[in-house]
Design a protein around this ligand. Structure first.
Ligand SMILES: *Cc1c(COP(=O)(O)O)cnc(C)c1O
Length: 388
């Protein structure tokens, strides 16, 4: 039996050919693959603008920077997320207030957002909802609370590529947000090696982020401040502070090739999740399938809830037993306020929903290359490991 990691990329010959074609071309970075990938991605998620960069961490930073988040500001981030969501705010000089999450979904809710806003003294600059595992937050309600408080909204959509909200709109369409960030790390729904994308409906925000990804430089003569620039072909203007957050053309070619199979990947994730739901039903109530929400998630993680206490086993023991039988698993995530760096800066924790979610969660293998028989194999291995 091959070992099943919790997540894995799916690379085929067309991906390899797309990357090889870039290696034979003139550009290894910032060539024609970048605008082609951006245009295809924007169309896919129904957003007018997409800016490619070298990670979702960079995407989140570019969005908050373009929205003017800075020193002294507060940003609200759910306690259950990857480190990068909070780090992006810290890069801007802002401080982070952690919102609690629903104990079953791990999602920030309108109620937990409001409670965090009260802890922030009623004023914060931005909120970063995270669509954990691909299940989308209640964006209409969160956005209306945020707008009433004069806040910017940046969606961390890293888990949600291929997901649809309750109105059938794809994650990344930014129907209720200023911007949405995506990751193309190999365990995510599309793989670029490393890579990120930020989508927005606001053309000024898009232009700001496109400049900031490459040192804040303006290269279009029509937009130069210095008129003589038009006659000096070497002339370029740094008009804002930026970074080297450029995506290489090699990665963009891989991402664009993968994007052609997004519908296949998403259908496979949905089918495998349905097979898991069925195979795990007999293990209730000790094991429960991932909690849902309105909308149609394309699950990035199959995050079951396990009553380890009832099973009389620690999570570490269960993970070790699964691993011995060739089944990988992972925990998403440790509440951020438990990290030493944050613990030294904040007094927010513990938050009851985040603690309850964290205490029971376990992510089982979910990636498009898995066989139809794998969810049943994982479920029976889990049943044996737990003795249920
Ligand atoms: C993966 C991930 C990120 C960071 O993505 P990178 O591309 O690795 O920078 C941020 N937030 C969430 C929720 C993620 O899963």
């Amino acid at each position: 039996m091959p070992f099943l990691p919790y997540g894995r990329q799916s690379i085929d010959e067309s991906d390899i050919e797309a990357v090889a074609a870039v290696l034979r071309s003139d550009y290894l970075t910032t060539g024609p693959e970048i605008p082609a990938f951006e245009a295809a991605f924007a169309t896919t998620v129904d957003a007018p603008h997409a800016v490619a960069c070298n990670s979702a961490t960079a995407a989140l930073h570019l969005a908050l920077d373009a929205l003017g988040v800075g020193k002294g500001d507060l940003c609200i981030v759910p306690a259950i997320t990857f480190l990068a969501t909070a780090n992006a705010a810290l890069y801007c000089g802002a401080d982070v207030i952690f919102a609690d999450v629903d104990r079953d979904t791990g999602l920030m809710t309108p109620e937990t957002f409001e409670a965090a806003l009260r802890r922030a003294g009623g004023a914060a600059r931005a909120v970063l909802p995270v669509h954990l595992a691909g299940v989308m937050c209640d964006m209409p309600a969160i956005a209306s609370l945020a707008r009433a408080a004069g806040m910017a909204v940046v969606e961390d959509s890293c888990h949600a590529l291929g997901s649809l909200d309750a109105d059938g709109r794809p994650a990344g369409a930014c129907a209720h947000s200023d911007a949405a960030a995506f990751s193309f790390h190999p365990v995510k729904t599309l793989a670029c090696g490393e890579g990120g994308m930020v989508t927005t409906r606001d053309p000024r925000l898009a232009a700001h982020m496109a400049r900031a990804r490459s040192h804040g430089v303006e290269r279009g003569p029509a937009r130069f401040n210095r008129s003589e620039g038009a006659n000096e072909p070497w002339w370029h203007e740094m008009v804002q502070l930026g970074w080297n957050y450029r995506m290489p053309d090699l990665n963009a070619a891989l991402g664009r090739s993968q994007l052609r199979r997004l519908a296949v990947f998403a259908a496979r994730r949905r089918a495998l999740a349905a097979l898991y739901d069925e195979a795990l039903a007999p293990l209730a109530p000790v094991v429960r399938s991932p909690a849902g929400a309105p909308g149609d998630p394309c699950r990035h993680l199959y995050n079951v809830r396990i009553d380890f206490e009832a099973a009389g086993l620690s999570r570490a023991d269960v993970m070790a037993r699964l691993s011995e039988q060739g089944v990988g698993s992972q925990v998403h995530y440790i509440p951020l306020y438990r990290q030493p760096f944050h613990a030294a800066r904040h007094d927010a924790g513990p938050l009851p929903g985040a603690e309850a979610y964290y205490g029971r969660t376990l992510s089982l293998p979910l990636w498009p290359g898995m066989a139809d028989s794998d969810p049943a194999r994982v479920a029976s291995t889990l049943g044996v490991a737990l003795g249920v």
